[in-house]
Design a protein around this ligand. Structure first.
Ligand code: GLC
Length: 548
């Protein structure tokens, strides 16, 4: 499984087959040949289940039915079959921490059904009338909302329309197993579990000293028990189901536990610390230059720690919740191809499973929307209000939002130079980025070199054990602009040097690699032999292979 690369599809923005402005499953089917050529072997699709779409499908109202916005069950079955014919699996996005408040269970609970009230986390106000705990929702504001006209409150760690489920209730767990098994029966061979390290809430919920609350519900030991049980009752019954857990604010120690095969929990995890290096004092809605040394330190810490504990990382820069990496850590204006390839190589040659987010393979950037009306994401809208209340001026807020909004990555896929970048013949649900005339698949296939580079990296992982299975060791950790590492496997060594800035950097090659013959495996600059020093040009990345 370690030789595979995953491609993430945001169905709403991938390809619209019926002209209603929203991407759909038939749109994905149309692009199977494109994905096959890229060489990816697993397609992760963000949720397309029945949902009021308050959080773009992460508010699920029916777990085993497809929202008509995206198509039908027949379309889905066809997608699974076509993908399989081309040696690709389908990975579904399971949102099992919470349901939409429009889910039948929540509606029954509201109507007074005790059984379903026990599905959710309901608590009374404190004696002084204040909310059950002081926890803050991840989308802003308190994490408790009034439960109908009762004197209780329900917990929502995300939007007020996303009610947290009570995994301590065995009936809830049975429901979850049924859902996952339903999709396994449909031929699904992968699952991405949304914010799955938040499912283990304590029996007695307590105020948080920091007034935020994360530590009270994140990575609780019981979350591991629940995941083990989920594994045993569902996907763990089969060989080769790929699973990845989205882990909010997790630790290396927990990452190891979740993904070490001995524990029978998950195949791998997403962690996000490396994508918080442009948060000022840990606060997302701020605007500062990213801290490269911190980025290096975190990547290294996770690579080394997960290796040691035999855990497994998902490797990624982009997803539907992150601004585009090329806009964030690269230079899409002056060094477009170099920075796109640098980012690709940095993670594709690490230990773990690389994920490509749609459009990354052609270097898609943030869209630079003009005003707040262009944004639709609920988190972004809440942030706008909160920043306003803090006293920031409109333009100051917009500068932050243009860099940090999740809509940055959710813009329609840029297929061609035609109307709406070839994504839809209708009115797109979210504006297309205005650079689609330059950056699009057609143009890339005709004249570009970024996608080819991705293809080579994907192919190399399949061919070379040193990439898919090799050990990891970070080197030159003090270097201010280069992230360097060594991968080793049965006598082979791969030296990877990744230079994250525009000004050239000269590196003295470490003693262990001096005066040894090596092969230039792949790089985004000029192919050359490795001497006793090497000068890396703007955003240059190189990998040299040594046979012992
Ligand atoms: C995850 C998803 C994100 C969603 C949240 C709540 O972080 O990736 O898009 O808003 O969970 O389900």
């Amino acid at each position: 499984m370690h030789e595979k690369v995953v491609y993430q599809i945001y169905p709403k923005s991938f390809n619209d087959s019926d002209g209603n402005g929203i991407g759909d499953l038939r749109g994905v089917i149309e692009k199977i040949p494109y994905l096959t050529k890229l060489g990816v072997e697993m397609l992760w699709l963000n949720p397309f289940f029945i949902s009021p779409q308050n959080d773009n499908g992460y508010d699920v109202a029916h777990y085993t039915e497809i929202d008509p916005l995206f198509g039908t069950m027949a379309d889905f079955e066809e997608l699974v079959a076509k993908a399989k014919e081309n040696d690709m699996g389908i990975m579904l996005d399971m949102v099992l921490n919470h349901t939409s408040t429009e889910h039948e269970w929540f509606q029954k609970a509201l109507a007074g059904d005790k059984k379903y009230q026990d599905y959710y986390i309901l608590r009374e106000a404190k004696e002084d009338g204040s909310l059950p705990t002081n926890w803050v929702s991840k989308f802003g504001g308190p994490s408790w909302a009034k439960f109908g006209d009762t004197d209780k409150y329900y917990l929502h760690l995300f939007d007020v329309t996303q009610a947290d489920l009570d995994w301590r209730n065995p009936e809830v767990r049975e429901e979850m197993f049924k859902i996952v098994n339903f999709w396994l029966d449909k031929g699904v061979t992968g699952f991405r579990f949304d914010v799955i390290n938040l499912i283990g809430k304590d029996e007695v919920l307590l105020d948080a000293e920091d007034g935020v609350g994360k530590a009270r519900y994140t990575d609780r030991p019981i979350a591991h028990d629940f995941l083990h049980e989920l594994n045993q009752r569902t996907f763990g019954r089969f060989e080769d189901i790929m699973t990845v857990g989205e882990m909010s604010s997790t630790t290396v120690e927990n990452g190891v536990k979740y993904s070490n095969p001995e524990n029978e929990e998950l195949s791998m995890i997403f962690s996000f610390h490396h994508l918080k290096v442009d948060y000022k004092n840990g606060e997302k809605w701020t605007k500062i230059d990213y801290d490269f040394m911190e980025l290096k330190r975190i990547l290294d810490e996770w690579q080394a720690g997960m290796s040691q504990g035999n855990g497994w990382n998902a490797l990624f820069w982009n997803n539907h919740d992150q601004p585009r990496a090329i806009s964030r850590f690269g230079d899409p204006v002056n060094h477009f191809e170099a920075s796109a390839k640098l980012h690709a190589q940095t993670i594709h040659l690490l230990r773990g499973t690389p994920y490509i987010y749609q459009g990354e393979e052609i270097g898609m950037t943030n869209p630079n929307y003009l005003d707040i009306q262009d944004f639709v994401d609920v988190e972004t809208k809440n942030a706008y209000q909160e920043l306003k209340e803090k006293g920031l001026q409109h333009e100051e807020i917009m500068d932050i939002i243009r860099e940090k909004s999740r809509d940055n990555s959710r813009t329609p896929m840029q297929w061609s130079n035609e109307l709406n970048a070839g994504f839809t013949t209708g009115e797109p649900w979210l504006e297309v980025a205005d650079n689609f005339h330059q950056i699009n698949v057609e143009e890339e296939l005709a004249n570009g070199t970024v996608m080819d580079y991705y293809k080579r990296l994907i192919a190399l992982r399949k061919e070379m054990k040193v990439i898919s299975e090799g050990s990891y060791r970070g080197i030159l950790m003090e270097h201010p602009s280069v992230y360097a590492y060594v991968r080793e496997y049965e006598g082979q060594q791969l030296l990877v040097l990744n230079h994250f800035y525009a000004d050239p950097a000269t590196i003295v090659v470490p003693e262990e690699f001096k005066n040894r013959s090596s092969k230039f495996l792949i790089g985004n600059g000029e192919e050359r032999e490795l001497g006793s020093s090497i000068t890396l040009e703007a955003y240059e990345t190189v990998a040299y292979l040594f046979e012992k």
